[in-house]
Structure formats: structure tokens, C-alpha cells
Design a binder for this molecule. Structure first.
Ligand SMILES: Cc1cc2nc3c(=O)[nH]c(=O)nc-3n(C[C@H](O)[C@H](O)[C@H](O)COP(=O)(O)OP(=O)(O)OC[C@H]3O[C@@H](n4cnc5c(N)ncnc54)[C@H](O)[C@@H]3O)c2cc1C
Length: 417
């Protein structure tokens, strides 16, 4: 059986690997010159079941209004005539109601936990290295109000089976002494010890080598325009290099999945959400964190990756534009240096931005399409690195006709129809 995987980001490459392990002959189609060069290239690095709360949360409208017009807003809507954005925003707002929010938290958590375990297994099996650290993730809060809110959330999430340790400022410093420079600004923190970090790009390239060893073929520089189909089946991928036939097709084109799936009769409300990262060499190891930090005040994450410090954040709704706005990139750089002064060399900072493939409810779209041989694995938004291995395993099992190992309820495209 031949499977064609569309897209070679962390999702596509993980899926190719799992399909090959299930015995498929696999071909991956990718427009770039290599794997992992778009959204999977320089993300925040967190493998974070902890980050299971979607943006569409109660209070998001009030929060967005406070930020409106502020250039340093972590969540920035650039008001523009874009019907896709307005349609997406309406769906997004409808997901922010209390009961929807908690249903979304539950399904995101289910997939993130499954995937985190699957990644650990894969790493043990393959012995691949990608600057990973198993030191957990700490969220820090500066205002007593934000900390109080976090404690309420932590208690509610513990009822879903996920324990966030609650920390006072002294405990924050015991776990991450490099926070000493901001100790007097800390109201407290929460900590998820089993979460991890690692370089998604290094992981994707390492897994690419393992894929090739299993016989997976990669075609780079090929543009996918869409999928040809009859009533029941996808028959071929239509590309600028002709039609490519297979028995099974997997859609994993990140933010570009929706365009490629047009005409297939399934709604894929995926909107590109621009985020930035800055990577710098660490110059003082003791001043840099070993635990990955999420700073609630600025909505940034800061992770150590080998001898580099990476900070990532901001969400900008501005279509498919991938220009780097120097002011926004510098903003997260200064915020990270404020948390860990002297840790990294900002003169050698590398700036990056990319488009998160975001769905209104914050969960990816995973499952079968309308045609029985179409499998969808996309829309992973803020958590694509966290969810990559688990999502890939689910798709490979579905392709093989096996039941997935977790409940897929609420993860398919049907929820948007
Ligand atoms: C600033 C930032 C920080 C983040 N931090 C984290 C984090 O800490 N933890 C976490 O879990 N996630 C994080 N993410 C999210 C994560 O990076 C994404 O969810 C993930 O990379 C999505 O992977 P993907 O394979 O779906 O998309 P991509 O990596 O974009 O892959 C899609 C591939 O499809 C190819 N493609 C697209 N269209 C076509 C076409 N028509 N023909 C051929 N090829 C095509 C592209 O070239 C690309 O290689 C972050 C994202 C950003 C932007």
C-alpha cells in the first residue's frame, strides 16, 4: 500500500515515520528544499501538556479589547478586510464560553498527554538527540490577580487528571535559581515536572534520516495544488510536477492545508497566526534557565536548547504575511533578557517568525476526510510540536484500519460542519 504525505513539517515527517513503521510504502511531497523549514523550524520548543488551555477562553474578548491598538499586544488582530479571518473569529468567540472552553481543554490535554508519552517512547527506541531537556515547564505570574486565577485553573485542571504544582516565589527560585533577577516581581508560579523541551527542527531532521532508513522517499521542491477525487476516493495529488497516485493521502500542510483541501467537501477552519522567536547563544550558563519558563505577563516562553536560549511568543492575525516586524521581534527579545539578564548574547540574536495553523477551538483536526482514503493531520496551532508524535501514531493506525489508542471525539473536521 502506498501512502503520500503532503507536507514535511514536524507533523508530516512524524506521520511518514509512523506509516513506514506500519508497513506502508511512503512518499512525502514538500515544496521547500528540506524538512521542517516552515512553522516547525524555530518554535518555542515546549512539549507541553501544561499548555492545554486554548486562546478561546472566558474573558478573551475583554482581554483582546484591552490590548486593541497596543503595538506590544501579545494577541494582535490587524483589522483588515479578510472574510476568512472574520468567519474564523466568530467561530473562535463561540468557543470561549465556559463549557466549550473546558470541553476543549479536555480534548487538547488528552492528545497532548498521549503524544508526550509517544515522544518519550520514540526517543528511547530511536536514540535520537534534539537538545531535549526533561526538566519540566514553569509558568510564572507577576500580579497577585493573575496568580490567583492560575490557582483556580490548576485546581480545575487537576480534576481532568493533570497535576500542576503550585509554587510560591521561594519555590519558583528553588526549582529555577536563574529567576533570581526577577524574584521580587514574582507573585508565584505553577510547575508541570513531566513536560519537556527540545528543538523541533533538530527532531524533524533526525526523524527524516530514520524515515529514509525505512525507505521513505522525499520529493522536495514540489508544489501541491489540490487533490483529485471521485465520489469515494482521492485518486491523486495534483502538483506542479504532475499527478501523483497512491492508496492513502495524508494532509499535513500546516496553514496551507485549507487551500489544498478546497473542493473536498470538508470545512477546515484553519487561520494562520503569526508568532515570533528569537534565538541567542548562551554566554552565562548559570544565568540561563534549565527549566522552560512561560511568563504569563508577556505570554512568552523561554527555553534552553543546548547552548542556545530561545524565546517565542505573540500571536498576530494578519493573513499569510511572514515579514518580521522588527519592533515585535525586539519586544520579545527585551522581555526575555529582562527575565534572564546577562544569560545570552543579544548581538547574535536570530529572529524568526512563522504561521501557526490555528483552529477556532485550539485543537487540531485529526481523522478521516469524506473520502475514505483521505487522512487529515493538521491545524495543530500552538501545540504542533507537543502533539506531533501522538497525532502521527493515530493517523498511521487509522490508515492501517486499527483503532486509535485515544478517543478521537471532538478532534475530527465534523465538529465544524
Ligand atoms: C512562535 C511559535 C512558537 C511555537 N512554540 C511551540 C511550542 O513551544 N510547542 C509546541 O508544541 N508548538 C509550538 N508552536 C507550534 C508548532 O510549531 C506548530 O504547530 C507546528 O510546527 C506545525 O507543524 P506542521 O507540520 O503542521 O506545519 P509546518 O511545519 O508549517 O509544515 C507544513 C509543511 O507543508 C509545506 N507546504 C505547505 N504548502 C505546501 C504546498 N502547497 N505544497 C507542498 N508543500 C507545502 C510547508 O513548506 C511546510 O514544510 C509554535 C509556533 C510558533 C509560530
Amino acid at each position: 500500500m502506498k501512502a503520500v504525505v503532503l507536507g514535511a513539517g514536524v507533523i508530516g515527517v512524524s506521520t511518514a515515520y509512523e506509516l513506514a513503521k506500519e508497513g506502508f510504502e511512503v512518499e512525502v511531497l514538500e515544496r521547500r528544499e528540506g524538512v521542517g523549514l516552515e512553522t516547525s523550524f524555530a518554535n518555542g520548543g515546549q512539549i507541553s501538556a501544561n499548555h492545554c488551555e486554548p486562546w478561546a477562553a472566558p474573558g478573551v474578548i475583554e482581554q483582546a479589547l484591552k490590548w486593541l491598538g497596543r503595538k506590544d499586544a501579545p494577541l494582535l488582530f490587524r483589522l483588515r478586510l479578510d472574510p476568512a479571518l472574520w468567519a474564523w473569529t466568530l467561530r473562535f468567540l463561540s468557543q470561549s464560553r465556559e463549557e466549550k472552553f473546558w470541553a476543549n481543554v479536555a480534548k487538547i490535554l488528552r492528545l497532548a498527554l498521549y503524544s508526550r508519552t509517544a515522544l518519550k517512547q520514540l526517543r528511547d527506541d530511536l536514540n535520537i538527540e534534539y537538545d531535549h531537556l526533561e526538566n519540566g515547564i514553569m509558568n510564572i505570574f507577576r500580579s497577585p490577580g493573575a496568580y490567583e486565577h492560575a490557582l483556580v485553573r490548576a485546581r480545575a485542571i487537576s480534576e481532568l487528571g493533570f497535576e500542576r504544582k503550585i509554587l510560591d516565589p521561594k519555590q519558583c527560585l528553588e526549582i529555577e535559581p536563574a529567576l533570581k533577577g526577577i524574584s521580587d516581581t514574582l507573585a508565584g508560579g505553577t510547575y508541570s515536572p513531566d513536560d519537556e523541551t527540545g528543538d523541533a527542527y533538530k527532531f524533524t531532521t533526525a526523524l527524516y534520516e530514520k524515515c529514509k532508513a525505512l525507505g521513505v522517499s522525499f520529493r522536495f521542491g514540489v508544489n501541491v495544488f489540490g487533490l483529485e477525487h471521485d465520489q469515494w476516493k482521492i485518486t491523486s495529488a495534483i502538483t506542479d510536477q504532475g499527478e501523483i497516485k497512491a492508496d492513502v493521502f495524508v494532509l499535513s500542510l500546516g496553514s496551507y492545508s485549507k487551500a489544498a483541501a478546497s473542493g473536498l467537501g470538508i470545512p477546515l477552519p484553519i487561520y494562520p497566526t503569526k508568532g515570533y522567536s528569537v534565538t541567542m547563544p548562551i554566554v552565562d550558563m548559570a544565568a540561563a534557565p534549565s527549566v522552560s519558563i512561560t511568563d504569563d505577563e508577556y505570554r512568552i516562553v523561554i527555553s534552553r536548547m543546548g547552548n542556545r536560549l530561545r524565546t517565542a511568543g505573540t500571536a498576530e492575525f494578519a493573513g499569510f504575511n511572514t515579514d518580521i516586524d522588527p519592533a515585535r521581534a525586539d519586544m520579545i527579545l527585551q522581555q526575555a533578557l529582562g527575565v534572564f539578564p546577562g544569560a545570552a548574547d543579544s548581538a547574535q540574536a536570530e529572529f524568526w517568525c512563522a504561521l501557526r495553523p490555528s483552529t477556532p477551538d485550539g485543537a487540531p483536526i485529526i481523522g478521516r476526510g469524506l473520502q475514505e482514503n483521505l487522512l487529515i493531520n493538521t491545524g495543530h496551532g500552538t501545540l504542533g510540536w507537543t502533539m506531533a508524535v501522538g497525532s502521527a501514531r493515530i493517523i498511521a493506525r487509522l490508515a492501517k484500519g486499527l483503532a486509535p489508542e485515544i478517543d478521537l471525539n471532538g478532534l475530527g473536521w465534523e465538529r465544524f460542519s
